[in-house]
Ligand binder design. Structure first.
Ligand code: PEP
Ligand code: MG
Length: 565
């Protein structure tokens, strides 16, 4: 018997088996209103209660070093405490005699519609956040249960989407996995699932809700984006027998990694905070391959100044003494915005002021970061990585700013490093196509396959409707990876891969065959990737790469990798 299977996006790794729980957030219904004064004080109490709950989630994630997820809750608190939202809800109670529960939903809906009307992808996503926080207040007022009340046995939750608070508040021993119809890899639910270590597959489409309705059990493979309904025992056993399941927990391998035939591959980690750098060290990383600095700045009302940045980079470096720490300069724009740095609205933000483009146009922001990096390098092996590089001229302009930063430090009498390796991210097709020109300007390449896929295939990485098209294994993307690695090697530079692809052990041999010298991935994926590197034979990997490059499409590449069951 073959199970019904569904493919979505592999949002959080791990294998989950369990009963199926279809979850629909409780439909809001109208409440009977008491007198306005009572409703008003109920509203104030419910908002305070909700704020405290969200603050608890935020603090727990921050204490666990999950900066990115904590920032989502920090943003929710800002929305909840927005004066306009509270005032409007209070006015609906006072002036129209509405029940507090109805008033908060109505006020949030008005705000959400306003945000959506602005036609900006980022603000539309904030509309969903406003609705989510209002729904929490509504639950506090009506006593309606969220996910935590529905979960009574260990289950895999199938839903259209999940609010961050629903997810963070659910009992971990009962929430085995998450299968969502909506969502992309960078959606809030995906980020939080990864932080909490809950296997997740997202972007499955609404079919999953109908199909799962009559299923009793489910297997969810968060590594491969696969969901199986009522699978037969032998199929479950095959999935369980994969190397991931055999890897002994706790026994972390360390030290230099080589392929079976002795080719050295550097294994580094992607991190967003000092705590994640400590996780990376615990998981045996040889250093940090990508420190996403924007996450350090995300929830703050102001940008950290030079001193604070020096301390942040030193704190990350202290977690991995003597190891290389690759710090990516501020990468905002597209769907990433900082409250401290509002950017003008653009019709196509992913094709607009993003990454290095923003920094080059704002030296007052870029120079302090460059100075902080030069200073941190005085005591640590810091390397700089530039995001969203498109042209050689951009790298030269950055180098000129770096020299200006050095002159400023001399004038200020600050100790700093005289030289610092300047690496270039290859995540725009133009950079891969022109890699032969960029390589002499760069100390190393780091290939951002997340964006490289989005730009090569003209396919928004966060749009689950395009998930069929968003395929990092498309031969067109692989060809650009090969091109960039070849150009790096021709000029004696190392090439690393830092997109999500490098955390997939099934792709490791292919990436090595295409020419990757470094693989940099989430700390949690390091052990599996390490095992995959040591199992790789370079000659066979090159052969595999040739066949993948000649393949017709991503399905054929996946078949070559044994990616399908
Ligand atoms: C990438 O684009 O592959 C990458 C690593 O950068 P980010 O995901 O932060 O855009
Ligand atoms: Mg990128």
């Amino acid at each position: 018997m073959i199970a019904r299977s569904f493919t979505g996006l592999a949002a959080a790794p791990g294998l989950a088996t369990g009963a199926v729980l279809i979850y629909r957030a409780t439909a809001a219904h109208s409440e009977t209103s008491a007198d306005p004064a009572t409703e008003q004080s109920r509203l104030v109490r419910a908002i305070a209660e909700t704020d405290a709950t969200i603050a608890t989630h935020e603090a727990a994630l921050r204490a666990a070093g999950q900066t990115e997820s904590a920032a989502i809750f920090a943003a929710h608190r800002l929305l909840l405490n927005d004066h306009g939202l509270r005032e409007r809800a209070a006015a609906l109670v006072r002036e129209q005699g509405q029940a507090a529960a109805d008033a908060i939903l109505a006020a949030a809906e008005e705000q959400a519609i306003e945000l959506e009307r602005l036609g900006d992808a980022y603000l539309s996503a904030r509309a969903a956040d406003v609705r989510a926080v209002a729904m929490q207040v509504w639950r506090a007022l009506t006593g309606a249960g969220g996910l935590s009340q529905r979960l009574v046995t260990p289950s895999i939750v199938v839903a259209h989407d999940l609010d961050p608070a629903d997810l963070a508040g659910a009992p971990r021993d009962l929430l085995r996995g998450i299968a969502l119809a909506a969502g992309g890899l960078t959606a809030h639910a995906s980020i939080i699932a990864r932080s909490l270590g809950i296997p997740a597959v997202v972007g499955l489409g609404d079919e999953i809700l109908a199909a799962a309705a009559d299923a009793r059990t489910m297997v969810l493979d968060g590594d491969n984006g696969l969901v199986l309904l009522d699978p037969p025992a032998d199929q479950v056993a095959r999935l369980r027998a994969r190397p991931r399941e055999r890897a002994p927990r706790g026994a972390v391998a360390r030290g230099p990694v080589t392929t079976r035939d002795g080719r050295r591959i550097r294994l580094l980690a992607n991190v967003a905070s000092p705590a994640e750098a400590r996780d990376a060290c615990a998981e045996g990383a040889e250093g940090v391959g990508l420190l996403r600095t924007e996450w350090l700045f995300l929830e703050r009302p102001d940008l950290p100044d030079e001193e604070e940045q020096v301390a942040l980079y030193q704190a990350v470096a202290a977690a991995l003494p003597d190891a290389p720490i690759t710090v990516r300069t501020l990468d905002i724009g597209g769907d990433k915005r900082l409250p401290a740095l509002p950017l003008p609205r653009e019709d196509n933000p992913f094709l607009g002021s993003r990454g290095l483009r923003v920094c080059l146009s704002r030296p007052e922001i870029f120079l302090p970061q460059l100075r902080a990096l030069l200073r941190a390098r005085a005591a640590h092996d810091i390397r700089i990585l530039l995001p969203m590089v498109t042209t050689v001229a951009e790298v030269r302009r950055t180098r000129a700013l770096l020299e200006q930063a050095q002159r400023q430090l001399v004038a200020a009498g600050r100790p700093f490093a005289a030289t610092i390796p300047l690496g270039v991210m290859i995540e725009v097709p133009a950079a891969a196509l022109n890699a032969g020109r960029l390589a002499p300007e760069a100390a190393f390449f780091s290939l951002g396959t997340n964006d490289l896929t989005q730009y090569t295939l003209a396919c928004d990485r966060g749009n689950h409707r395009l998930a069929d098209l968003y395929q990092p294994l498309d031969p067109a993307v692989l060809r650009l990876i090969r091109m960039a690695c070849d150009a790096a090697h021709h000029h004696g530079r190392p090439a690393g891969i830092c997109g999500e692809l490098s955390g997939d052990p099934q792709v490791t041999a292919l990436l090595i065959g295409l020419g990757a010298d470094e693989l940099t991935c989430a700390p949690a994926a390091l052990a599996r990737v390490r095992a995959a590197v040591t199992a790789t034979d370079t000659r066979a990997a090159r052969d595999l790469a040739e066949r993948a490059l000649a393949a017709e499409g991503p399905e054929q590449v996946r078949a070559l990798l044994g990616h399908t069951l």
